[in-house]
Each structure stands twice: as structure tokens, then as C-alpha cells.
Write a protein that binds this ligand. Structure first.
Ligand SMILES: Nc1ncnc2c1ncn2[C@@H]1O[C@H](COP(=O)(O)OP(=O)(O)O)[C@@H](O)[C@H]1O
Ligand SMILES: [Mg+2]
Length: 1081
């Protein structure tokens, strides 16, 4: 079910002033302020919307908001301009009622914004489609164009509309927009030539100079410099937050969308430029000889440029600024203009040019946006007109008078329409009509507009009157005609109670408007009403070679000279206001009353005095009173019953029957006094807001109780369902737990059973095994016994057939088999024949250890023998010698190991072949076994001399190395022993038999590289000769030698390798010869 809301919900203050209790100006303001402080800028007075300007953007105009307010009843949601727009649009669409939206309020109160909001809302909710969207776009885009030309910055509003605007938007039967018609009222054209302090000329001038391209400016002969133009005020040329250049582009774009042709735009800009140029034309006085004052144009350049722009002949315009032609009857009289008149003429031209351009723009826009089809259409009019204007210092002039007159008229139709509507409703609802006391301002309207003696009529009369006419004569006239009027005051008015009131100056009159007293200064009334443009000027304009200018000044056409005066401004305005009022009266009015909260254009500031003033002159209190005069509040029965049905047991929760009866039951039950309400046909009318608030309060309490009840039931339900859920869960949990516990228990029992079972089975099996084993043993024992028994039997039977040594045979056979295998195996794993090969196959059986070793030895010996058997005799001898050397020296002398590898060559000197030793060889009677060069150590000093050492079977011979002369020959039998050291030296001493012939000089101490060979050979000779004792070989590091008579000890020491590796020998003293052998290590 859709939730029904109401304006009454969540109200800040009261949303509808009609419900204000008690109603007074203070409480009214208090309510406005309260709401304004809470950003509630809209408040209703019945169906009238009061709008406070927030001076800041509020988030209440979003597409969401549009949706929220769309198709909702007016009082359903909190007050909003959208509610009004929706109401108006729906009653237009659904009830076929033409609508008008009247927006009033003082300058800066937000009227224009409100009108735009209404238009944008309608545009958002009405039909869609290509054609419709184009129309919408054109309607919306007409705003920027009109604002550029008709709005200006004023002290009150940076974007103040300086004209009144009424726009009819036309819709078809479906509610789709078809087009529109705009009417404009009274552009404040005086602004073109002069602006009050702190204000600006119309936006378009600034926009053109800031935003146009250099090219455009050049074409228009303009400079991008405000200060160059007299008509532009400079002190506030730049407005904060207003981007003129960007706006210029917006305007151009909007003009294009609305449908302006490029050349039309150009013409419009040329006119704007011409106005600026016009302002720069200045005059200087020139006295003529006939005594009259004339004026001359100071600098003709601007005039020239302007004429070029507009295609006017310069001389024509120049003349028009100098002369004035008055045509009376058939006569033409030309008078010269003095400087003041020339300036007046110039400004009049500028004002006219601009205001006519503006009117042309409106007409041109209308041409574009007018509905294309001729079908009957519904209309929604939006009126954005300047509000009541009062300048405090009494500086109110003709414009204010006109404006205020317009507002007076609006107020009148407001009262009329409101009352009429109220009355109609009562009639419709069948409620008795009670007369309502209210102030009717028709009397003031009459004062102004009466055709006989109204102020406007007086003014016209005065303007048309021949003779001297001044503002003062006009005032005099007023004083005589209106003096009796109770809303008119002036110093001279006969009934004036203020005769002595000095606050009322002489040149002023005061009107007591419905919204307050306004003091008007008569100065300028006549002029402004006349709105005079000298015919010479309009004719000059008509002569222009510029189609737009020509169009704007049709009265300049000489063919259509009209001697009648053009209608006065006042007359025109009255006429257009009249038309407007008639138009509005045919429509269903919707009011938006704009209020400006402060003078500073600031958000959040609520200046009470200012608002109070506006509330007064807008007649808002009147408005509330009128609205409350009968019944303050009314509501259809259905929503009323829906809203309050809980206040009565019989209607709660459902009332079955007509809503009206339900409401009657309800009211009776609540004991509301009968005079407080009336039953209409479809609505209940409540006389006093108090009653409504009583109902609301009861409803609030009841809602609280209901809320408690709902809460109670809900809580009970919630707890119960929670409990049921818990219970359910508990059962589930318990079931699962039990299952789990039983499973566990079962598994325990099962495993215990298994254990018991396994033990039992084990025990049984073991028992069985034991029995089986026993059985088996018994069987085995029986078998064994049987076998033995059988064996014994068999043996006993067969003993005679067995050989006693069968076992040994088998053993031998086995051994043989093993040995056979061993030897056959050995055959295949035999090592090589090389005597030095140490390989030998591994032993297969332990018991073959001895055999194996022995076989190895035998094999080795055999292979050695094999090896030896290859030797020749000579080689054999050589090996024998080497063997002998080994026997003598091995492990005894350090020199030995190095000799093993050296073959024993014997004859190193090749003595038989070398011719050098021929003599020596021939001297030898025996074969030379060894010939070598040795060192003979000098017995006296130990120095060595090289000697040839020869060895034969019989002797040792020492000979001179060079000459080969024999130095000593020792027969071998004289040699007793040879001494050598244990070390690696080659020293050896040949010891001679004492007393022998050779021993005269003593023993020989020699040294040879082939010591081992020499000694071995010496030893061998001894060994082979049967007649001789074997030569002794002493190996010792200290031995004695016989040098002549002395026994000298030759001592071998390990010497430091001083002079390389050579062995040094030194005779130390008589008894000691020291041989130092370098250590071989
Ligand atoms: N509803 C609004 N929300 C925000 N700002 C507003 C609103 N109404 C008016 N204003 C501000 O106030 C200024 C004056 O409003 P405007 O409609 O031009 O006043 P008026 O037409 O009554 O002279 C606007 O330029 C805008 O800045
Ligand atoms: Mg405005």
C-alpha cells in the first residue's frame, strides 16, 4: 500500500500559514524565520506559495525532487514551488482549466528564478518527443535572450529584470507544449542613458564588448574597453560571479536555437553598437547672432561611425540633432536646439532605439515560438512582473508609480479571485457563505486609473494640454481633482490632515497603496509620460539604409505623417495592464509570493524589518485572513478519515461505509463542537486551526500508542519466533549430538569386542597350534625313530654291501673336485710373466692358504728362471756383477741405490780403441776389465788429481790422464782391503799389504763416480781367483789409512752443501783427513 504522507508531517513551524495559531504579524514572521533558518524557503498560505530567496543553491531542484512532487496532491508533501507547478499543470491537463502563475515580489526576491523553476518543472513533467523537445528548448532558451537585453545589475539584484514579462505557454489536449506568446511590459529604458550609482546598464552591452570576437568588434567599430563609452557605468562594470563573455556565447547560442537568422543577429548587434556610439556624441554651445543658442556636435567621428553602421546619411542625422520641426496644421516650423535639448534628443533617441529593439526582439521570439497548429489549446501563463517598489527617501518617480499601479491591480485580482474561489468552493460544497471582511483595494485602483479623474488620466490631460505644461502644473491638477480622495495626500490637498506635515515636500504627492504609503516626486512625470522623440529624429531613422532600424521607426515614414500625438506611456501601460488583467481573470490563478530575506544578497540572513515590510505590502496577512475568514482548513473525506481514523474505535482499523459517515462518527466520538466544522459535499471544513491541531495532537498520541502496540506485537512475535527457532535448533543439535554419542559408544564396544575376540581367537589358535605342534613332534619322533629303526634295519641288512672307507673316498673326491676347480681357475687367472708383476689371484679357500702361497712362490721362481734363461753369457756376467754389488753394498752404502740402474760398462775410456791410450793399452799384458778416470787424493793436502784407473785380472794401474804414463801399478795380491764410507760419496781407500813394494808411498785414497762398479769388480776378481784371498770391503765412515809412515784417519762428515753438491776433502792434521759429503736428503 502506498504510504500517504501529508504536509502536516514533519513540519517545521507550520507549513501553511492558515494554520498559524495565534495569527499575528509577529507569529507570521516568527514562522517564516523559523522555516527559513531550517532551509525551508517555501510556505503556503492555502494554495499560495510564499518563497523566500535563499541566495544560495539548495538541493531541492533535482530530478529526484521533480519525480517526488509529480502527480502528488498539493498538501501531500512539504511546501514546494514544484507542488504549485504540478497542481497547475495537472489541472490544466486533466481539468482543461487555463492556468496563470502570478509571481510577485520586490526586485531580487526571486521572481525570475521562480518563473524559471516553474517552466523547467513543467518542461520536465510534460510529454516528450522530438518535436515537443524542440518547442520546450525554444521556450526555455527565450529566457537568456530576453535577460541579456532586459536585465541589468542593480543594487538589489545582480540580474534584475528591468521589464515585466508575461508568457503564455500553450499545450495541446495531451499536455504537450505547442508554443508560447510573450508579452513585455514597460522596459526601464532610462537605464540606457543613465544608471544609478552601483548599477550597470543592460547586460548586453557588457557581454558584447567582452565576448564578441575581435572581428565582430571591428565590424561594429567598437573597442573592447568599457571606459570608451559614456553610456556604460564604469564603477560596477564587472560583476562578481557574472561571466559576460561566456554569457555572450550563451546568448548567441540561445538566439540560434530560438531561430534568429545570422543577419538578424548582426542587425541587432549593430543597433546595440549604435546606441553605444550615440552616447559618445557630445555637443557644444554656439551662439548665433540672432541671440538664439545653438548646439554643435563636438567630435563627429562617433556620429560618422554610427551613421555608417546604420546606413544613415550623416548630414541628415546631424541636422536632426540641431533642429526641431513642429508641424501644426499645414505649417512647418523649425527651431534650433540648444545644447540641453540636443542632449535630450540624443538620449531620447538612444532610449527609443533600445526599447524598440527590445520590443522587436520579443515580437521576433514570439514569431519563432508561436504554436504551429491552429487547434484549440490550453494555456498556462507565467507572470514575472516587477513587484511593489518603494524607495525610502521618497525618490519614487513615474516608473515606480506605474509599477505600483500594476501591483495594485494584481492585488485586486488576487483578492477577487481568491474570494471568488473560496466562495465557489463553499457553493460547490454546499456550505453556507458567511461574509468575509477584507480590504478591497479597488478604490486605490480607481484613484489611479479612473478615466475621468484618475491620476493617469490627469497626467495625459496635462500632457496633451496646449500651453506650458510642467510637472508642477500636473501636481496642481492632482491637488484639485484628487484632493478629496482618502488615499491621496499632498501638501495642498484640501482634506490633507498633513498640511503641516513637513515630511511631505512640495513637489510630491503620496498615495496610500494597499501595501503602504508611497511618496512620489512629480519631477519627470510629464516627460516620461510623453516619451517624446522629435519627429526629425524618427524621420532620420526611417531614412536609414538598414531594414531593422526602418522597421523600428515606422512613424518616421513621411508618407504616413500622423499629426496625432502618439499614445502616452501611461496610457499604453494602462491599456496593456487592462488586457493582462482581463487575460488573467479568465484563468485559474496560482500565486507565488517572493520575499527577499535581506538587502545584502546574502544567504542565512533574515532581516526582520525588511521581511515585515514585504509581508505588509504583499498583503500576506490579508491573504491569510481572507483564507481563514470562513474555514481555515478543508480536507476531502477520504484522506481525512484515513488520517484520523485511529482516533475512534468504530473507525479503527477499518471503516466500512461512506467516508463522510466515517468522518461524522469520528467527529461525534471526539466531541468536537459543532460550530468548529461543517460538512461539505466532498470535504470537511474546519473553522479553526486549533481544532485541526487538536486532531493532529490526538493523532500524534494515538500514533505513539499504535506504535507501542505495533512494537509490542512485533517484539512478542520476534521473541516467539526467536524462541521457536532456538527450540528447533536445540532439537536438531540434540539429535545430532545423540547420534554422535551413540556412534562413539558403539565404536568403543565394537573395538572392545574385537579385542576380546582376538584374545580368545589367539588363545584358541595357540592352543590348537600347541596341539598341532605336539602332534607333529610326535609324528616326527615316530618318523625319526622309524627312520633310525629302519636305518638300523637297512644297515644291518646292507652292512655287508658298504665299503668301510666310503666316507674318505667321498671326502677325497670332494677335495679333488675343489682342487681341480681351483687349479683350472688359477689357469685362467694367471698373472703376467713379468718377474716384477706382484699380482696373484685371491685365495679361494682358507685351507688352500699354504698351497696358494707356495704356488705363488713357485710361479715366481719359475717365471724368474724363464726370464733368466733368456739371458746371454755377457748379460749374465753383468747381472752377476750387479748381484755381487748388491750383496756388498745394499743397505750399507748410500751411493748404491743410484748405481743399480747404471750398467757396469767397464771400459769407460774405450782404451783399446782410443789412439790416445794406445801406448798404455799395449803396456797392459792382461785384458782391461775396467778403465776409468778417477781422482787420486793427494795424501798431503787432500786435493784431487785425475788419474786413469785401469783394472786387470792381476793388477790395478794408475796412469796419468794426459800422457797415459803409468804412475803406479799395484798387483792385486798386494791389496788387502778397500774402505768406503756409508755415504753417497765416491771415495775409496785401497789398502795395501804392509811391506809390499806397492806400499811404499802408502795406501791410495781415490774417488770415482763408478765406485760401486770398481769395488764390485775388484771383489769379483778376488772371488774368482782361487789363489787369492777375497778382498775385504770395509764400509765405515771412519777408517785409517797408511800414508807412508803415518796412520791417517779418514773421517766422513755430513757437510752442509757449501760448494754445491761436490764432496770436499781436507787434510786437517797429521792424523785426520776430513771428507765432507753433502747430505743427500
Ligand atoms: N530559489 C532560489 N534558489 C537559489 N537562489 C535564488 C533562488 N531564487 C532567487 N535566487 C537568487 O536571487 C537572485 C535574484 O533572483 P531573481 O529571480 O532575479 O529576482 P527578481 O526577479 O525577483 O528580481 C538570483 O540571481 C539568485 O541568485
Ligand atoms: Mg526578475
Amino acid at each position: 500500500m502506498e504510504v500517504k504522507t501529508s504536509l502536516l508531517d514533519n513540519m517545521i513551524g507550520v507549513g501553511d500559514m492558515v494554520l498559524l495559531e495565534p495569527l499575528s504579524e509577529d507569529s507570521f514572521l516568527e514562522n517564516l524565520k523559523n522555516r527559513f533558518d531550517h532551509s525551508e524557503i517555501y510556505t503556503y498560505i492555502g494554495s499560495v506559495v510564499i518563497s523566500m530567496n535563499p541566495y544560495r543553491s539548495l538541493p531541492i531542484y533535482t530530478p529526484d525532487k521533480v519525480e517526488e512532487y509529480r502527480n502528488r496532491n498539493f498538501y501531500e508533501l512539504s511546501p514546494h514551488i514544484y507542488a504549485l507547478a504540478d497542481e497547475a499543470y495537472r489541472s490544466l491537463r486533466d481539468q482543461d482549466k487555463d492556468q496563470c502563475i502570478l509571481i510577485t515580489g520586490e526586485s531580487g526576491a526571486g521572481k525570475t528564478e521562480a518563473s524559471k523553476l516553474v517552466m523547467s518543472y513543467v518542461a520536465a513533467v510534460c510529454g516528450k518527443g522530438q518535436e515537443v523537445n524542440k518547442v520546450k528548448e525554444q521556450l526555455l532558451q527565450s529566457n537568456p535572450v530576453l535577460e541579456a537585453f532586459g536585465n541589468a545589475k542593480t543594487v538589489r539584484n545582480d540580474n534584475s529584470s528591468r521589464f515585466g514579462k508575461y508568457m503564455d505557454i500553450e499545450f495541446d489536449f495531451k499536455g504537450d507544449p505547442l508554443g508560447g506568446v510573450i508579452s513585455n511590459y514597460l522596459l526601464e529604458k532610462s537605464r540606457v542613458v543613465k544608471q544609478p550609482r552601483g548599477e550597470r546598464n543592460f547586460h548586453v552591452f557588457y557581454q558584447l564588448l567582452s565576448g564578441a570576437s575581435d572581428d565582430t568588434l571591428k565590424k561594429l567599430k567598437l573597442y573592447r574597453d568599457f571606459s570608451k563609452y559614456n553610456y556604460l557605468s564604469l564603477d560596477s562594470a564587472v560583476v562578481n560571479g557574472l561571466d559576460d563573455a561566456a554569457n555572450f556565447r550563451t546568448v548567441r547560442n540561445a538566439m540560434q536555437i530560438v531561430g534568429f537568422m545570422e543577419d538578424e543577429v548582426q542587425s541587432v548587434l549593430e543597433l546595440v553598437a549604435a546606441v553605444l556610439k550615440l552616447g559618445n556624441i557630445e555637443f557644444k554651445p554656439e551662439s548665433r547672432c540672432n541671440g538664439t543658442d545653438e548646439s554643435r556636435i563636438k567630435d563627429k567621428n562617433d556620429l560618422k561611425e554610427m551613421c555608417e553602421l546604420l546606413g544613415i546619411e550623416q548630414s541628415v542625422l546631424e541636422r536632426a540633432f540641431s533642429y526641431r520641426t513642429v508641424e501644426a496644421k499645414m505649417e512647418k516650423v523649425s527651431t534650433t536646439l540648444n545644447v540641453a535639448q540636443a542632449y535630450y534628443a540624443r538620449d531620447a533617441l538612444a532610449k527609443n532605439l533600445y526599447s524598440r529593439l527590445f520590443s522587436w526582439l520579443v515580437t521576433r521570439i514570439n514569431e519563432s515560438i508561436k504554436a504551429q497548429t491552429k487547434t484549440r489549446h490550453k494555456v498556462m501563463g507565467v507572470l514575472d512582473i516587477y513587484g511593489f517598489e518603494i524607495f525610502e527617501d521618497g525618490d519614487n518617480s513615474f516608473e515606480q508609480f506605474i509599477i505600483n499601479y500594476c501591483n495594485e491591480k494584481l492585488q485586486q485580482i488576487f483578492i477577487e479571485l481568491t474570494l471568488r474561489e473560496e466562495q465557489e468552493e463553499y457553493v460547490r460544497e454546499g456550505i453556507e457563505w458567511t461574509n468575509i471582511e477584507y480590504f478591497n483595494n479597488a478604490i486605490i485602483c480607481d484613484l489611479i486609473e479612473n478615466n475621468q479623474n484618475g491620476i493617469l488620466a490627469m497626467l495625459d490631460e496635462e500632457c496633451l494640454r496646449p500651453g506650458t505644461v510642467t510637472d508642477e502644473t500636473f501636481l496642481d491638477k492632482l491637488n484639485t481633482v484628487c484632493a478629496e480622495h482618502q488615499h491621496f495626500e499632498s501638501r495642498l490637498s484640501k482634506n490633507s490632515k498633513f498640511l503641516n506635515d513637513h515630511s511631505l515636500p512640495h513637489s510630491c504627492f503620496r498615495i496610500q497603496h494597499y501595501a503602504g504609503k508611497v511618496l512620489y516626486r512629480v519631477e519627470g512625470f510629464v516627460d516620461k509620460n510623453n516619451d517624446l522623440l522629435y519627429r526629425d529624429l524618427s524621420q532620420a531613422m526611417y531614412k536609414a539604409n538598414h531594414s531593422l532600424i526602418k522597421q523600428l521607426f515606422p512613424e518616421g515614414n513621411p508618407a504616413k505623417v500622423n499629426l496625432k500625438r502618439p499614445p502616452t506611456a501611461g496610457f499604453q501601460f494602462k491599456a496593456s495592464v487592462g488586457t493582462l488583467m482581463r487575460n488573467l481573470q479568465t484563468k485559474n490563478p496560482n500565486y507565488i509570493r517572493c520575499i527577499k530575506p535581506n538587502d545584502k544578497k546574502a544567504s542565512h540572513i533574515f532581516t526582520e524589518s525588511l521581511v515585515r515590510h514585504q509581508v505588509r505590502y504583499l498583503g500576506l496577512m490579508e491573504n491569510v485572513r481572507v483564507r481563514r475568514a470562513g474555514y481555515a482548513f478543508r480536507q476531502a473525506y477520504e484522506p481525512c478519515l484515513e488520517r484520523y481514523k485511529m482516533l475512534c474505535k468504530r473507525t479503527w482499523p477499518h471503516w466500512r461505509g461512506p467516508a463522510r459517515e466515517g468522518v461524522e462518527v469520528l467527529m461525534a466520538d471526539l466531541q468536537v463542537p459543532a460550530e468548529e466544522f461543517s460538512y461539505g459535499r466532498s470535504k470537511i471544513f474546519i473553522r479553526n486551526p486549533r481544532t485541526l491541531f487538536f486532531l493532529e495532537e490526538r493523532r500524534r498520541q494515538c500514533l505513539q500508542d499504535l506504535a507501542t502496540l505495533i512494537q509490542k506485537i512485533y517484539r512478542g512475535w520476534k521473541c516467539r519466533s526467536q524462541f521457536l527457532l532456538l527450540k528447533q535448533s536445540q532439537i536438531v543439535v540434540a539429535a545430532w549430538y545423540r547420534r554422535y554419542a551413540q556412534q562413539k559408544k558403539y565404536q568403543r564396544i565394537k573395538s572392545a569386542t574385537t579385542v576380546v575376540q582376538s584374545y580368545t581367537r589367539g588363545w584358541q589358535a595357540r592352543k590348537l597350534l600347541r596341539e598341532l605342534k605336539y602332534q607333529k613332534r610326535c609324528e616326527e619322533a615316530a618318523t625319526t625313530i622309524a627312520a633310525y629303526w629302519h636305518g638300523t634295519q637297512v644297515r644291518r641288512e646292507y652292512r655287508k654291501y658298504f665299503r668301510a672307507n666310503a666316507g674318505k673316498k667321498i671326502y677325497d673326491f670332494t677335495i679333488q673336485r675343489i682342487l681341480q676347480k681351483y687349479f683350472l681357475g688359477l689357469k685362467s687367472t694367471m698373472p703376467s710373466m713379468s718377474p716384477i708383476d706382484k699380482n696373484w689371484p685371491a685365495r679361494p679357500y682358507l685351507f688352500l692358504d699354504g698351497t696358494h702361497t707356495e704356488l705363488r712362490r713357485i710361479f715366481h721362481l719359475w717365471r724368474c728362471k724363464k726370464y733368466r734363461s733368456q739371458f746371454t753369457e755377457e748379460k749374465k756376467a753383468v747381472y752377476e756383477e750387479k748381484l755381487e754389488a748388491s750383496e756388498i753394498f745394499k743397505d750399507k752404502k748410500a751411493l748404491y741405490p743410484s748405481s743399480v740402474s747404471q750398467p757396469f760398462k767397464g771400459d769407460y775410456l774405450e782404451i783399446s780403441k782410443n789412439p790416445k791410450y794406445q801406448k798404455l793399452s799395449s803396456a797392459m799384458d792382461e785384458k782391461v776389465l775396467l778403465a776409468d778416470v778417477v781422482n787420486k787424493i793427494n795424501r798431503a793436502n787432500g786435493k784431487g788429481t785425475a788419474r786413469i784407473f785401469l783394472l786387470t785380472k792381476k793388477s790395478v794401474v794408475l796412469a796419468d790422464q794426459k800422457t797415459g804414463q803409468v804412475k803406479a801399478s799395484v798387483p792385486l795380491p798386494d791389496l788387502t782391503s778397500v774402505s768406503v764410507s756409508t755415504q753417497s760419496d765416491g771415495f775409496f781407500a785401497l789398502k795395501l799389504k804392509e811391506g809390499s813394494a806397492s806400499a811404499v808411498k802408502g795406501d791410495f785414497l781415490l774417488s770415482s763416480e763408478h765406485l760401486i762398479e770398481i769395488i764390485t769388480k775388484l771383489h769379483r776378481i778376488g772371488a774368482t781367483a782361487a789363489d787369492r784371498e777375497q778382498l775385504n770391503v770395509d764400509i765405515s765412515d771412519e777408517f785409517l789409512v797408511q800414508f807412508k809412515q803415518d796412520k791417517v784417519c779418514v773421517k766422513f762428515i755430513q757437510g752442509a752443501p757449501k760448494n754445491g753438491n761436490s764432496v770436499s776433502c781436507k787434510r786437517k792434521n797429521n792424523r785426520l783427513l776430513e771428507v765432507s759429503v753433502p747430505s743427500t736428503a
